[in-house]
Design a protein around this ligand. Structure first.
Ligand code: QV4
Ligand code: CA
Length: 508
């Protein structure tokens, strides 16, 4: 990432696109709803040794407490104040997490909910995660403080009803959430004060929640008030990494390109399209992935934050629809995440979820609101089983061998070109990353057996999908690459994981 720093030093201001990860670390994980004490431990015991670049954490600021339904995950997207005090932990625990993760080279990115406060129907009282008083009826949030003057009621006192009217999308209420008047310097200053407190603690950047619902210029005005990153862990002049949640599947007034000046944007087309291809819906096939990336109409790679699923669309919220692959579709999900991590496009985020009791009625999961594993509202610890999986209903996709090893693959091939593409015209495809990595998929209903040019030096390589390289041996499939770079691959269409990946560091 030193390249970005050089550019920022000579005034290219690239820095807000730079994830600020430790050199050679190229993916982050969203530890959705985890407690700070558990994230601190995970940084030290797992994320650092396995080469993860950082963690997106759930909103750390005080939120409304909702009892109907009972403590939904989405209560954390209804701020009451900017006190660092939620079900994930208090400010001391947050500080400890950021320090311990940074000390092992794992960055923390905060989910910043700065477009709004709680729902207009949130009532009044102290039903909040830190006991702060609020009164949604008269827009009173004394712990910030915000009052009626600080909201957009004067511009629009209703909900967004027309996504083809940019003014509505920015100035009206998203799902009834009280919309902050971010054109006011006072509001910009309160938001920046909150974000600067987090920067000074040591965070590396921010996900800007509901960025689509804020004017790009208002966001820029806030970002211009932000401090440089803490020099205890970041070089002088480092700017916070910014990725803006902008859902743009096309066909609406607002385009993600309006936000490129502020930082990266979430590319929701990525997961929606990849899910359709891997599911082989609408005549899609993996052979079409040859021009994956900008060729599919996505934003430029250096402006993209990409993911297979996120906390919204893994449960039917937000965008992507039924094609989105999640941990519930494990076999296809691993293929999609593997493809994402092997392909050079975008900066990659891996989802890490919890299990909940889905209950589909008329095609909709009526339990889509269920919050994290908990004992009477207290979020459960992330326990680690002897086989390194997680207990207490935490899914820990990031610990699945196929996904963990592809995070390492992405690090090993970083900077290498997309090369040696091959396909069978259907759903058997392969591609390399220069002379450092190679991956082969069989998503057809028949076996794959073919010799391919890998671009790799001769030698015996361990497949990192079916196993690991342990003490100079492969616990899974071995692949022999000849002096000409060719190797033979056989993948049954009924294999547990119908894909093979090898790289420079899995070579015996
Ligand atoms: C209800 C009614 C409203 C009424 C309001 C009155 O629906 O008509 O005016 O009460 O208070 C929850 C409830 C929702 C409720 C709202 C306010 O689900 O029914 O409105 O609270 O009380 C998450 C959830 C939402 C949730 C919200 C706040 O997805 O269901 O709403 O948190 O708790 C668009 C946006 C995109 C957004 C996506 C979900 O462009 O930015 O929708 N994604 C982000 C986050 C997402 C979060 C929000 C934005 C809001 O990823 O998790 O929404 O911060 O695509
Ligand atoms: Ca707004």
């Amino acid at each position: 990432m030193k390249f970005f720093l050089l550019l920022s030093l000579i005034g290219f201001c690239w820095a807000q696109y730079d994830p600020q990860t430790q050199y050679g670390r190229t993916a982050i994980v969203h530890l959705f709803e985890w407690r700070w004490v558990d994230i601190a431990k995970e940084c030290e015991r797992y994320l650092a040794p396995k080469g993860f670049g950082g963690v997106q954490v759930s909103p750390p600021n005080e939120n409304i407490v909702v009892y109907n339904p009972s403590r939904p995950w989405w209560e954390r997207y209804q701020p009451i104040s900017y006190k660092i005090c939620t079900r994930s932990g208090n400010e001391d625990e947050f500080r400890d997490m950021v320090t311990r993760c940074n000390n092992v080279g794992v960055r923390i990115y905060v989910d910043a909910v700065i477009n709004h406060m709680c729902g207009a129907g949130g009532g009044a009282g102290t039903s909040s995660t830190c006991g702060s008083y609020y009164n949604a009826n008269n827009r009173d949030f004394p712990s910030v403080p915000y009052s009626g003057w600080d909201f957009n009621d004067g511009k629009c006192n209703g909900e967004i009803s027309n996504y083809n009217d940019a003014n509505q999308v920015r100035n009206c209420r998203l799902s009834g959430l009280l919309d902050l008047a971010l054109e006011k310097d006072y509001v910009r200053s309160k938001v920046a004060e909150y974000m600067n407190r987090l920067i000074d603690i040591g965070v590396a950047g921010f996900r800007l929640d509901a960025a689509k619902h804020m004017w790009p210029g208002d966001i820029k005005a806030v970002l211009d008030k932000l401090h440089n990153l803490n020099t205890k862990w970041f070089s002088q002049g480092s700017r916070p990494f910014i990725f803006q949640e902008v859902i743009d599947l096309g066909g609406e007034a607002i385009k993600s390109s309006e936000y490129f000046g502020n930082g990266r944007v979430t590319e929701f087309k990525y997961g929606a399209k990849l899910g359709t291809v891997i599911r082989k819906w609408n005549g899609e096939k993996m052979a079409y992935l040859k021009n994956w990336g900008e060729g599919w109409g996505f934003v430029p790679s250096d402006r993209a934050l990409v993911f297979v699923d996120n906390h919204d669309n893994q449960r039917g919220h937000g965008a992507g629809g039924a094609s989105i692959l999640t941990f519930w579709d494990a076999r296809m999900y691993k293929m999609a995440v593997g493809f994402m991590l092997a392909h050079p496009y975008g900066f990659t985020r891996v989802m890490s979820s919890y299990r909940w009791a889905r209950n589909f009625q008329n095609g909709k999961d009526v339990n889509d609101w269920i919050g994290p594993p908990n004992n009477n509202g207290v979020t459960k610890e992330v326990t680690i089983n002897p086989d390194t999986t997680c207990g207490n209903d935490w899914v820990c996709e990031h610990r699945w061998r196929q996904i963990r090893n592809m995070v390492a693959f992405r690090n090993v091939v970083s900077g290498q070109p997309f090369s040696n593409w091959w396909d069978n015209g259907s759903n058997q495809v392969a591609f390399g990353r220069g002379n450092r990595g190679f991956i082969v998929f069989n998503n057809d209903d028949w076996s794959l057996s073919t010799t391919l040019q890998t671009g790799l030096p001769a030698g015996t390589y361990c497949d990192v999908i079916s196993g690991d390289k342990v003490d100079g041996n492969c616990t899974g499939i071995k692949v022999n690459v000849g002096n000409d770079g060719n190797a033979h691959f056989s993948i049954s269409n009924s294999a547990e994981d119908p894909f093979i990946a090898i790289h420079a560091e899995s070579k015996l």
